[in-house]
Design a protein around this ligand. Structure first.
Ligand code: BDR
Ligand code: CA
Length: 314
């Protein structure tokens, strides 16, 4: 595909094992021209996820500017997830050291620069708390028009995973999600409804170990680590949340999506961070989100393998 037809993309996230797998895929999507990587505190502290982002970029050969974003949410206190992602935020295999230094401008300004300089609209793939995206929308409302779509992992219509009603990324910064969902920018939401079905089983990731390239072997070892805690709490496979936000853009045919109006609960005593779906349009509002409800799991796993094979070997 010629450079001209490629879709400019910003990867914003808090890597994190599933963010890392998402970026492994994104780096080999020939439709994408990755213009920037921006980081946000979430799975681990900002320093740790930024170092992880630099090392993932080195591993996958993503050569783009990388900038540090929000160290804390807009309002609440930072929650981290070492139980799932380890003390480094990306425990498991040894990774190459960074090739690119961190930019000396913050994430929001790097995002704004990419949007200003791009002649085409830019896609933001946001797989962590939505703090950077919200700050971009607040600081540069004039650039909203330059955003093609925000494809995000967050929320869940039927359940949460950190509290009963709230999913981690949205619970971390509900005010940020509120700003985003009310911005008028098109949103594709990969919430737990689909991402908890985006599961890969241990027998399926054995193949990655033997593909004959370093990235595939690393993915297998990331999954070994990520699955340890998931297995302890009763899952039979590793739930690959964040890759859904990437694959929804390039393989929408494997997903079931529905336009819907969704509110973000910022106040409730029990429900802060809940993504509240207006299933029957009782509020009478136009939809603000294309929400993903289901996927073809077998195809999803095949696609993970196809993209990972592009790094070489068999
Ligand atoms: C989300 O939270 C993080 O732990 C994962 O990286 C994913 O983005 C799932 O709730
Ligand atoms: Ca994430």
């Amino acid at each position: 595909m010629s450079e001209i037809n490629k879709r400019p993309v910003i990867l914003d996230g808090d890597p994190g094992h599933d963010d890392a797998v998402a970026w492994v895929i994104a780096a080999k999507c020939e439709e994408f021209d990755i213009k920037a990587i921006t980081t946000v505190a979430g799975n681990q502290t900002l320093e740790k996820v930024t170092y992880n982002a630099q090392r993932i970029a080195a591993l996958c050969g993503i050569d783009c500017p990388i900038a540090k974003g929000a160290a804390v949410p807009l309002v609440g206190n930072l929650i981290i997830a070492p139980g799932y992602h380890g003390v480094s935020g990306l425990d498991g295999p040894k990774l190459p050291e960074p090739k690119r230094a961190i930019e000396n401008i913050p994430a929001v300004e790097l995002m704004a620069k990419v949007l200003k300089e791009s002649k085409d609209k830019v896609t933001i793939i946001a797989t962590g708390p939505q703090t950077n995206v919200a700050c971009l929308l607040l600081a540069h409302p004039e650039l909203k028009e330059k955003i093609e779509v925000i494809s995000l992992m967050g929320g869940g219509l039927r359940n949460g995973n950190w509290t009963a009603p709230a999913e981690f990324n949205i619970l971390e910064d509900p005010e940020a999600a509120y700003i985003e969902y009310h911005s008028g920018v098109p949103i594709i939401m990969a919430g737990l409804d689909v991402t908890e079905k985006a599961m890969i089983f241990p027998s399926e990731w054995e193949e990655f170990r033997n593909m004959g390239n370093d990235v595939a072997r690393t993915v297998a070892e990331w999954l070994d680590f990520f699955f340890k805690h998931l297995h302890e709490i009763g899952w039979e496979g590793a739930t690959l949340h964040d890759p859904c936000a990437v694959l929804a853009l390039v393989h929408p045919e494997i997903f079931t999506m529905k336009d819907m109006y969704i509110e973000i609960e910022t106040k409730g005593e029990y429900c802060r961070g809940e993504t509240v779906p207006d299933w029957d349009n009782r509020l009478g509002k136009d939809s603000n989100v294309k929400v993903i409800l289901d996927l073809d799991r077998v195809r999803f796993v095949e696609l993970l393998k196809e993209y990972t094979r592009k790094y070489g070997g068999k």
